[in-house]
Every structure is written in C-alpha cells, then in structure tokens.
Design a protein around this ligand. Structure first.
Ligand code: ZN
Length: 582
C-alpha cells in the first residue's frame, strides 16, 4: 500500500475538553469611567455614531441606547434557540448528577415582545418560566416564543427611570475590556425586573454579558438565575449567543426541592432574510456551459448515481437552510480524515466520495444521507478521543458501504418544499433493525483493520458510561433524524459488542474519562452557523466530581472584537475552499 493514513487533527485533551479557563482578569479602578475610544466599526449597520462619554452617567446613557439599538436591529430576526436542561439529584460520591432531562428546540421571533405577566403565572413550573411560557415544552417544535426576555436585560423598561446603575470596575472578558455595572430596579419600578450585573465593552458600550435574575420573586413561582453571553459577529453589535441557567442548592440542610442546570444556545440569525437580489445574481451561473456533458452521455448506472447524488445534495442543502446543519468547514475535515483512515486501511473504493457534516444540535446522533455522514455537535462534544469518534463514524460508513442509503426520493425537488419548522416531520434517515445490525458488523470489521483497531476500549467505555446514564438522559438520547443509541429501556444497542471488550467503568480512576461534558469541543458561530474546534488548554481532573460525563457546565466564551475574529474566519474559509471535497 503506497498511501498511508494521515493523522486526524482531533485534539485528545483529557479532562480539558469541557472547560475553557476563565480569561477574565479584573482590574479595579476608580469610580469615574474614562473614555477610551469612540470607533464605530461598520457604520452601515451601526447607525448611531458613538458619542464620547465623559462621565459614568454618560456611559450608562450609551449602554441604554445601544441596548435599544440591539433590540431594533434584531427585531426582524428569527434565530433558532436550543435549550437542554438536566434536573439534578444529589449523589454522595458524584455531587449533583442528572436525574432527568428535557430538550427544547424552537425559533425565537425577536419581533415579538412577551408580556412580563406571562412569566408571573402562579402555577408555572420553573422550566416553563424559563422557556417563556411555551406549553409544549418536551416536544420538538418550532414556534415563536417569549424567550426574548432572557436575551435582553429588559425589553420594555431598560432606562434610568426604572433602574439604578452602580459602577463596579473595569474587567477583561477574553480580549475585550469591559466596564462593569451592578443594576437594580428602583423601588416600585414593577414586577419581573432584571437585577444583577452587566458587562459592556468599552468602545461603543454594548452589553456583552448579563448575569443575574428577575425580581421581586412572585409568591407561587420562581425566577431562575441566568448568565447570558453575547458575541461580536456583525459590525457594531453583540449578539446573544449563550445562556447558562442554574438553580438549586445541595448544601447540607438546604430546602431547595428543585435543582437544574440548563444551557441555551442561539444561532441561525442569518437564516430568515429576504435575499431575492442574491438569487438574481445567482442566475448568471446558468450561462456557463456544462462541458462535462460533451464527452459522453450518462450510462444507466451513471444516471442512477447522478440521481442519488442529487437527492443527497438536496437533503444536505435543505438541512443547512433550516439551520440544522453547519456549512462545510474545518470540523468536517477532521471527521473526514478519520473516515479516510478507515477507508484506506480497508481498501474501500467507493464510487462517490464520503463527506462528513456537523448537525448543530445537542442530542447524541449520527445518520447518513447517500454518502454524507452527519454527526451531531453534542455527540462530538462528549466523545473522549479519536478512536471513539472513529467508532461512531464507522457505523454510518457501514451503511454506505453496504448500500443502505440508496433511497433517492429526495431527488424530486417538490419534496424539499416544506417549512423549516416541519423539517423533523419531513425528513428521517432511520434504518430497520436488520440494517442496523449489518452496519454494526461491518463497522467492527472495518475498525479491526483500521489504525483504531487496538484503541477501541475508549469507545467501549463511552458506551458503558452511556448505558449507566441512559435512564435519566432520555432527551439527550432521542435522535431526531437518525437511529437512537439506546432502546426504549435504556440499553445501548449501537456497537454494543465494543462494551464487552472494554475495561470496567471506574469512577475512582481519575485518568479514566469515559465521556466528556457537553460543550467542550465544538464552538458555534451563531451568525453564520459555522462550527470550529475549541482550543482549550488541558486541565487536570482532581476528583471524581470533575468528570461530569454528559453533564452541563457554565459557558465561558473567550470574547473577541469582530475585526480579529473576522480575519481568522476568512482565513479558515480560504483553507476550507482550497481543500473542498469532490
Ligand atoms: Zn444506523
């Protein structure tokens, strides 16, 4: 064999994967805020030129003005909001561990303002309050919802008449220097008012982080605490991207009955827009003559493959349009390297190249459409190493090699004409149990010949850990387009043979990390839906409670201003285009 596999780029950083270490360096200063600069990048979308604040009062005025500008700027957007929530129970050894979970995926209509009183309904559960009064919480569905009250400090009354602002200090969040204020509602200002701390970057004074809760606490309901982060992805604006919420206290003698952790992610801001003009310029492409057809006509088999390719392309394009799939990028290349390693060592010669794409959602799933393998962000996050990634990808490669994905009904374009909201009803790529078993057998055979053949104990341990947690993680384990990893009783059914040869799970072994927490590997750009690998330094696991398999942790994104982020992005874009598959 002249070709040899290339090494995949996936960083195996044991223990480190989940946390980005907080980069904040605080620098307390005197109470008077000094203006630093007044650039307003991208004046086209940031209409107000920043004034030069000379006092804390003027800084506050500008923060308020920018918050209202953000509300206006986003009012035409309908981003996707995903919330994954784990209710917690105390465990003497492991600390607070999940006892059940809930998943919500929806579209947030930013034009709609939710009435504050909706959240004050006396009997509403905490989760219900959190999701803004949406009643069908535990089903996947899209609908405009009142999430927006968490996205902004206060949609209706964020002003000096309703709130007191107290300067705290300057502080760096990542690369961005911020002014920090404590915010409290004035007495008698109303119900459901924000109380907490805000961080505003010190050039234009946009809020970049909000941390706090809502007061006063109603008698029969509760407000939860939230830590909300924004990213500078368009000139002049910082977009709400991550919200971490947590409630509950397990300290000795505490009376809290309900405890949970939840991560919310917002993305797909660019999805819903009027781009008719773009479509017209696209028409020019059709004037280019198709030279490939000159050589010869398609044979029946070629026509069949072309047809299948068309179906595959339609589906991938449609999923991306619906905001469920990331555009192709650098993470795909990591995945494809792993698949190539299996293909080459098994001398596979497929008529069409295998491609890999990332689904943007948290539930653990893989599926394949034609020759495209799709793997969810949450699954990539929790896999401990490259060999376990190879194992889950090999199952889908098994389907492809065995010809299980030849259905081509999606080559007819009328079958793409459904609303984004009904994607999960119109698409499904599940296989029957026979095909599942055959794909597993093929996968194990291919893995044994691959460079991962001797390293599969990590994959087996991952599945063992999944089996332990499966009964309380039903939402995380419900695949929406592919097959589940577990059956209805929580038994692992995917690649279960790997569990037999794996070592025993041992919580006490600090170097045994069977599965990682969510959110540790893949970073998502909420404006363009791009994904990239997180670059976090390894951190030592110091006790069993640091392991947190499949669990949720707070967000601590490294904030940067658009200029440097945009340069990095366009550089990686150029790389991705240069190495585009097929
Ligand atoms: Zn399958």
């Amino acid at each position: 064999m002249t070709r040899w596999m290339t090494t995949a780029l996936l960083v195996i950083s044991f223990g480190a994967a989940a946390q980005q270490s907080p980069q904040a360096a605080s620098a307390p200063q005197s109470a008077s805020v000094q203006p630093v600069s007044t650039n307003t990048p991208g004046a086209a979308v940031a209409p107000q030129a920043a004034r030069t604040p000379v006092s804390a009062d003027q800084v506050i005025d500008q923060i308020i003005e920018r918050e209202h500008a953000l509300i206006t700027f986003l009012s035409t957007r309908k981003p996707i909001v995903e919330t994954y929530l784990q209710n917690l129970a105390p465990d003497t050894k492991l600390g607070a561990i999940p006892k059940e979970d809930h998943y919500f995926l929806g579209r947030l209509d930013m034009a709609q303002s939710i009435e504050r009183r909706d959240f004050l309904a006396s009997q509403a559960s905490l989760q219900k309050l959190m999701l803004g009064g949406v009643s069908k919480l535990f089903r996947i569905q899209y609908e405009p919802m009142g999430f927006s009250w968490m996205v902004f400090a206060d949609r209706q009354n964020f002003d000096r008449a309703h709130y007191d602002f107290k300067y705290v200090r300057r502080e760096f969040l990542g690369e961005v220097r911020c002014v920090v204020f404590d915010v409290k509602p004035k007495s008698g200002a109303g119900k459901g008012m924000f109380e907490g701390r805000i961080w505003a970057e010190d050039q234009d004074f946009n809020i970049v982080r909000l941390n706090g809760t809502y007061v006063p606490r109603p008698r029969n309901a509760e407000f939860f605490h939230m830590d909300s982060w924004r990213l500078n992805l368009v000139p002049g604006y910082w977009l709400p991207a991550y919200i971490y919420s947590e409630e509950g206290d397990f300290s000795y003698g505490s009376k809290d009955k309900l405890a949970f952790k939840a991560q919310s992610r917002i993305w797909g801001y660019e999805l819903v827009k009027n781009n008719r003009e773009d479509e017209l310029t696209d028409l020019k492409v059709e004037a280019v003559k198709d030279e490939s057809a000159v050589a010869q006509d398609a044979s029946p088999l070629e026509a069949q493959r072309e047809w299948q390719q068309q179906a595959e392309d339609n589906v991938v394009e449609r999923l991306q349009e619906a905001g469920l799939l990331a555009p192709s990028g650098e993470v795909d290349k990591v995945l494809q390297t792993v698949v190539n390693n299996i293909e080459i060592t098994n001398n596979l010669d497929l008529p069409r190249g295998v491609r890999c794409r990332v689904m943007l959602t948290s539930p653990l799933e893989t599926f394949s459409v034609g020759n495209t393998i799709v793997i969810s962000r949450g699954l990539i996050d929790t896999l401990p190493d490259e060999a376990s990634l190879a194992a889950v990808l090999s199952h889908e490669l098994g389907h492809i090699v065995l010809g299980h994905n030849l259905g081509s009904k999606f080559a007819f374009n009328d079958r793409m004409l459904f609303t984004d909201e009904s994607t999960y009803q119109n698409f499904g790529f599940k296989h029957n149990p026979d095909e599942e078993a055959a794909a597993d057998a093929k996968a194990l055979d291919m893995l044994s010949k691959s460079p991962y053949g001797q390293k599969l104990s990590s994959a087996g341990l991952y599945l063992k850990q999944l089996q332990v947690r499966a009964p309380v993680l039903a939402a995380l384990l419900t695949a929406h387009l592919g097959n589940n990893f577990t059956d209805s009783k929580g038994q692992v059914i995917r690649l279960s043979a790997l569990m037999k040869s794996a070592p025993n799970l041992d919580d006490e072994k600090l170097d045994q990390l069977a599965a990682l927490p969510l959110g540790g590997r893949v970073k998502l750009d909420p404006w363009e839906d791009r994904v990239e690998m997180i670059k976090a330094a390894p951190m030592a696991i110091t006790n069993v409670r640091d392991k947190m398999p499949f669990e949720l942790t707070p967000f601590f994104p490294r904030l940067t201003r658009l200029s440097s982020a945009a340069e990095k992005r366009s550089a990686s874009e150029t790389m991705a285009q240069g190495a585009a598959p097929r």
